[in-house]
Structure formats: structure tokens, C-alpha cells
Ligand binder design. Structure first.
Ligand SMILES: Cc1cc2nc3c(=O)[nH]c(=O)nc-3n(C[C@H](O)[C@H](O)[C@H](O)COP(=O)(O)OP(=O)(O)OC[C@H]3O[C@@H](n4cnc5c(N)ncnc54)[C@H](O)[C@@H]3O)c2cc1C
Length: 374
């Protein structure tokens, strides 16, 4: 049983309850409070810390590699591809304008896409593809982002790589630090964040949304915002969102690592970056697409062995290292790549399906959520 003090302090009726304290929930709270400082807002998360994608990712601050954007264009059309790239790029600018880069280890040091002989379907006219995308992106980014950088291949000591494309407009950050400064910021703005509470059900009764939790407490809100990304179907079963596990490994420190930055391979299905002098490598989900549609946070030999193979044969072929850690996180994907931001019924909103780019997308979506809800 809860006391009157608890009831009146922590579980009192709220203007807005947000489910999920990943980047989407936190940026939404941030912009809601900016627009309407008096709003009583509580964020609840079932994890001791956020337990989805936001603290499990690779920390790329990017808007898409050349092959990923071309694949997006094929799937969704030029307009949608450009809209999504613009949203990601704007989101990155918003992060930089809200927090000093030093606090979140953000470094827009540039990135690359690599190509091996396997990708000869695209490498035959790579320069043409670069020109094509640069022309499309220039009005949005005010710069032509992509250029051929084959001269770097030798100094990076990659193996099997025949082409490199440089993108000056991307980089990386420390996802844990970004999440922490956001948490700190929203608390300073008066948002209450409650962990270890799972929302089991919600229902609109009269004018209020009633939330059933896994504890002997219920919450009530004027409006509800669902920011649970890959877990959306557990609360809204008919939404076009599926979980997609992403696996990662991290090496031990490597002496004289010959490169720095973010790297993409095969439409972004493989990605790696330096973390100081360690290598963080993730992806290979395309090897087992249906097995990786899971809420499980295990890592698997199929994916991890492939990541190790790629590391050894392509990325750092002549170096001594061990694997320091491995982990996985849950993305939210669907038949479309565009995130879902909508009012699903009166006073009940959702902002989910952030796919593999939620670091960049979440600030802009948070701002849009705030406009929609206030
Ligand atoms: C391995 C991996 C690598 C990635 N790399 C990058 C990258 O480099 N760059 C990039 O931009 N993006 C990357 N992403 C994607 C990015 O991390 C996500 O798009 C983003 O973090 C999604 O944020 P979110 O707040 O929507 O969801 P999440 O961070 O998943 O947050 C959802 C939260 O909801 C909570 N929750 C769920 N259900 C309930 C419930 N019923 N009650 C209470 N709480 C609940 C969960 O505990 C969780 O904390 C990566 C993702 C993964 C998995």
C-alpha cells in the first residue's frame, strides 16, 4: 500500500505521462517543458535505466550513407528519402545547439563508406552516384557531403577495400553522456522521472487517461505520450512496428589505430567507429533478419562470429586485440522507415519506430511532439 505522502508527491495526477525514457521520451519532455513550463510531466520507464536502444547504440551522429540513401530512395521515393535525411541532419544540429560537444563527446570528425569487390554493382559508376546524391542533398545541407576518398585506403590499412567515400558532415557522440545530460536537464526543468515501473495497460476514462502499472499503483494523466519504440506493439498491438535486435562488439585498445571516424558498409547494415583507441563494430543483422526480430537482448554466435570475421579480414587485419565486450539493443522498425508520430486516439499520442537513426531523429521529433500536444 502506498502512503498519502507517496500518493500526493510521486503518483499525483499529471498533465502528461510519457512512457519510455529513451531519447524520444526525453527530447519530447524537454520541448514540452520549453513550450509550457507549467506542465506537470512524469516519464516512466520499466528499466532501472532506459533499456531499449538509446544507451545500447553505436553513437553515430549521421544522416545516412550513400548506399543507404540510395536504397531508401528505391524503397520510398526521392521525396521521402530527402525528407528523412533532412530530419536527421536537423536533429544533429539541434543536439549541437542544446549541449556543448565536450559534455557529450560529440565530434563531427567525418565518416566514410567502404566498398569491397562484392559491391561491384554500384562501384562501376560510383562517381556518378556521388554527383547525383550530392546534387539532391545540397539544397538541404548547404554542402555537397560525399566525395571519393580512395587515397585513404592504404593509410587506414583496411583489407579487401577498393573504394572509400568520405562524408564531412557526420561524426559521433557518447550516447550514455547524451542521455545523462538530457535526464539531468529535464529534471532541472521539473520533469519527474520514475524508473522500474512498467505500464501494462492504458484506458481513457472520462477526461483522463488511466495507466495500470506492474506495481500496486496506478497513474493518471490528461494526455499520454508513448515513446517505447521497438516495444510499441506490446501497448498498441496493431501498430506497424517490430523489434529488431542490433548487436555490437567492442575491442580492447589498439596500438596506433590508423583511422578515426564513423564507417558504414552495405547500406549501413555494418557500421564501426573508433572509441578512443578501441573499435566499436555492430550490425550484420541482414544475415539473420527474422531471428533478429526479437525482444531478447542476448548476443548470438551467428552475428558475433560474422562481426569478428569482418573485423579481422577487413577492418583491423594486422592488429593485436581482444574483444572487451559485447551487447545488443532493440530497435523499432516497420514496413516504412519514417517514424510514427501521431495522435492514435483523443489525448493519446505516440512517437515510435525510430529505426537505426534515433539519436539524430529524436530532437526534431520531440519538438514536433511538443507542438502537437500543446
Ligand atoms: C545496436 C544499435 C545501434 C544503433 N546505432 C545507432 C547510431 O549509431 N546512431 C543512431 O542515430 N541510432 C542508432 N540506433 C538507433 C537508436 O539508438 C534508436 O533509434 C533510439 O535510441 C530510439 O530511442 P527511443 O527513445 O525511441 O527508444 P528506446 O531508447 O528504445 O527507449 C524506449 C524505452 O521504453 C521503455 N519501455 C518500453 N516498454 C515500456 C512499458 N510498457 N512501460 C515502461 N517503459 C517501457 C524501455 O525500457 C526503453 O527505455 C541504434 C540502435 C541499436 C539497437
Amino acid at each position: 500500500m502506498i502512503s498519502v505522502w507517496e500518493k500526493e508527491t510521486f503518483y499525483s495526477p499529471q498533465d502528461i505521462v510519457i512512457i519510455g525514457s529513451g531519447f524520444a521520451g526525453l527530447w519530447s519532455a524537454f520541448y514540452l517543458k520549453k513550450r509550457s513550463p507549467r506542465l506537470k510531466i512524469t516519464i516512466v520507464d520499466r528499466g532501472i535505466i532506459p533499456t531499449g536502444a538509446s544507451t545500447k547504440n553505436a553513437g553515430f551522429a549521421c544522416f545516412g550513407s550513400l548506399t543507404e540513401l540510395l536504397a531508401d530512395e528505391q524503397r520510398a521515393g526521392t521525396e521521402k528519402m530527402l525528407e528523412l535525411a533532412a530530419m536527421r541532419y536537423k536533429g544533429l544540429e539541434m543536439i549541437r545547439s542544446c549541449f556543448p560537444s565536450k559534455e557529450i563527446d560529440m565530434d563531427m570528425c567525418g565518416g566514410y563508406e567502404l566498398f569491397t569487390p562484392k559491391e561491384n554493382n554500384i562501384t562501376s559508376d560510383l562517381e556518378q552516384q556521388i554527383d547525383y546524391l550530392n546534387e539532391l542533398l545540397q539544397p538541404i545541407l548547404k554542402k555537397k557531403p560525399f566525395k571519393l576518398a580512395d587515397k585513404k585506403i592504404d593509410s587506414f590499412r583496411f583489407k579487401k577495400v577498393i573504394h572509400l567515400i568520405r562524408n564531412d558532415l557526420e561524426g559521433y557522440l557518447h550516447s550514455g553522456k547524451l542521455l545523462n545530460v538530457l535526464l539531468h536537464q529535464v529534471r532541472l526543468m521539473g520533469v519527474q522521472v520514475l524508473n522500474n515501473i512498467e505500464i501494462k495497460k492504458f484506458e481513457k476514462i472520462n477526461d483522463r487517461v488511466q495507466l495500470e502499472t506492474n506495481h500496486a499503483i496506478n497513474l493518471s494523466a490528461g494526455q499520454l505520450l508513448i515513446c517505447v519504440n521497438g516495444f510499441a506493439r506490446q501497448l498498441i498491438p496493431d501498430l506497424d512496428v517490430e523489434p529488431a535486435r542490433g548487436q555490437i562488439l567492442l575491442t580492447s585498445p589498439i596500438k596506433n589505430l590508423p583511422w578515426k571516424g564513423t564507417f558504414h558498409y552495405q547500406q549501413g547494415y555494418y557500421y564501426f567507429r573508433n572509441l578512443g583507441n578501441r573499435v566499436l563494430l555492430g550490425g550484420a543483422r541482414n544475415l539473420a533478419l527474422s531471428e533478429e526480430k526479437t525482444y531478447s537482448l542476448e548476443t548470438t554466435p551467428v552475428i558475433q562470429n560474422e562481426l569478428e570475421r569482418f573485423l579481422k579480414q577487413v577492418v583491423i587485419p594486422d592488429q593485436e586485440y581482444s574483444i572487451e565486450s559485447r551487447w545488443s539493443g532493440t530497435m523499432g522498425i516497420g514496413t516504412e522507415k519514417m517514424p510514427i508520430l501521431k495522435e492514435i486516439s483523443p489525448d493519446i499520442f505516440c512517437c515510435v519506430r525510430m529505426s537505426g537513426m534515433g539519436v539524430a531523429l529524436a530532437p526534431l521529433l520531440g519538438e514536433r511532439v511538443a507542438k502537437m500536444m500543446t
